[in-house]
Design a protein around this ligand. Structure first.
Ligand code: MN3
Length: 201
């Protein structure tokens, strides 16, 4: 059985960048629904219920076809949101540091260039999905996925991800996804990004 992890901070800790009502809805309703639907879909499939969700989404080909789409959508939703909460932190300096900061300079020239390319991916994702920073043995690339798909499904390791479903930002930012993206940079947990980056090299 899968469970919704607690947030590592208070619901209002990310204000004014992400508001308390959005965090409550997003964590307690949206994320909880993915977990419930995943458990329902995998009921009786103990092999998958005992795996970490990150492994389930890497083994979709082994999931019975009748439930595969449900597991893809809801397993992806659970994996993505579990990661997303950890990648946020009450505002610090908003700058990458550590080894990942060096890798950003190597891969993109500078942090601003990464931000521009990442925002372009997040803005061009039509409808619902995610933008990602992926590390392949230390080489950083930007990608985006539809719905609740994750780079894990392609054997890649996401070290930073941004939820661009409207439920992630609509209460504060309405249709202004670009403003949400700009605000989100202020609360990225770069220590956690660096920790995940170090595991890929
Ligand atoms: Mn979401």
């Amino acid at each position: 059985m899968f469970t919704v992890p607690d947030l590592p901070y208070a619901y209002n800790a990310l204000e004014p960048y992400i508001d308390e009502a959005t965090m409550k809805l997003h964590h307690d309703k949206h994320h909880a629904a993915y977990v419930k639907n995943l458990n329902d879909a995998l009921s009786g499939h103990d092999k998958f219920l005992e795996m970490p969700v990150e492994m389930v989404v890497q083994k979709l080909a082994e999931v019975p076809e009748a439930i595969r789409t449900k597991v893809r959508n809801n397993g992806g939703g659970h994996a993505n949101h579990s990661l997303f909460w950890q990648l946020l932190v009450p505002k610090k300096d908003g700058m990458p540091h550590g080894e990942v900061a060096k890798a950003i300079t190597e891969s993109f020239g500078n942090f601003k260039s990464l931000q521009e390319k990442f925002a372009a991916a997040a803005m061009s994702r039509f409808g619902s999905g995610w933008a990602w920073l992926v590390s392949e043995q230390g080489r950083l690339t930007i990608t985006d996925t539809a719905n609740q798909d994750t780079p894990l499904m392609e054997g890649k390791t996401p070290i930073l991800g941004l939820d661009v479903w409207e439920h992630a930002y609509y209460l504060t930012y309405q249709n202004r996804r670009v403003d949400y993206i700009a605000a989100w940079w202020q609360i990225v947990n770069w220590e956690e990004v660096d920790r995940r980056f170090l595991e890929t090299i």
